[in-house]
Design a protein around this ligand. Structure first.
Ligand code: ZN
Length: 229
């Protein structure tokens, strides 16, 4: 996200703040996506319109229950000490409500409507926050492959070059959980929480040094191969 779209702003807090990056600002739109209007990154908002039109066609009861708690919001990921920037900061994530109800984060239970909704998001290349280290059932975000597809389609301008698929500090999600499991298989003894924070970073550097790889703390193709990823 940082490589393709730049930093949305120079400083972050736990509360919503506006985008200050002028290039990113140009890509932010406020549009009707069917059940409501949202502010977000243009291609992500287009995705939402497709997702909700599929919901409407196959489950009108679910469609009429849909609401949102917001999309664009520049802030840190809540409840973590890693200082990771939330994907809401780029307007590529949305928090959903079902019948005006917000799912409680981190209780490992999710509203039935969100369970019904998740496949529609997955089909469009979006991840569901229910699978995060701390369950975040209301949250859906455009996945890495989807962001790369937006870039390929020319949404972000042609001057930027997409970096190779790599994991590094600040990343989170199922890929990071898998990485942590692999590091543990090599004796790292770390907590598998799906968050690439300082502990994961340190474990990666130690692994790289031990295997004679460049100890840069980034999972590129060589380190991934050495870990069996
Ligand atoms: Zn969210």
């Amino acid at each position: 996200m940082l490589a393709l779209l730049g930093n949305p702003r120079s400083s972050y807090d736990v509360d919503c703040q506006p985008v200050t990056n002028p290039a990113l600002k140009k890509l932010i739109v406020l549009e009707d996506v069917g059940p409501f209007r949202v502010t977000g990154l243009k291609p992500a908002v287009d995705d939402l319109r497709k997702i909700f039109s599929s919901v409407k066609a196959s489950n009108s009861e679910l469609y009429s229950a849909l609401g949102t708690a917001g999309m664009l919001c520049c802030r840190l990921v809540r409840g973590t000490k890693t200082g990771a920037i939330s994907n809401h900061s780029w307007g590529t994530a949305i928090d959903m409500k079902i019948n005006d109800e917000l799912d409680r984060r981190g209780d490992d239970k999710v509203l039935q409507g969100l369970v019904d909704l998740a496949p529609f998001f997955n089909q469009q290349g979006w991840f569901w926050g229910a699978g995060f280290g701390t369950e975040d059932g209301m949250h859906f975000e455009a996945g890495d492959e989807r962001i790369r597809a937006f870039h390929k389609a020319g949404f972000f301008g042609t001057a930027v070059v997409a970096p190779e698929a790599a994991l590094s500090i600040g990343d989170r999600g199922p890929e990071v959980r898998h990485l942590q499991e692999r590091l543990n298989a090599f004796g790292a003894e770390m907590k598998v929480d799906g968050i690439y924070g300082p502990a994961t970073h340190a474990a990666v550097i130690a692994f790289q040094a031990q295997k004679g790889l460049i100890p840069d703390g980034v999972i590129g193709p060589r380190t991934a191969a050495a870990l069996g990823l």
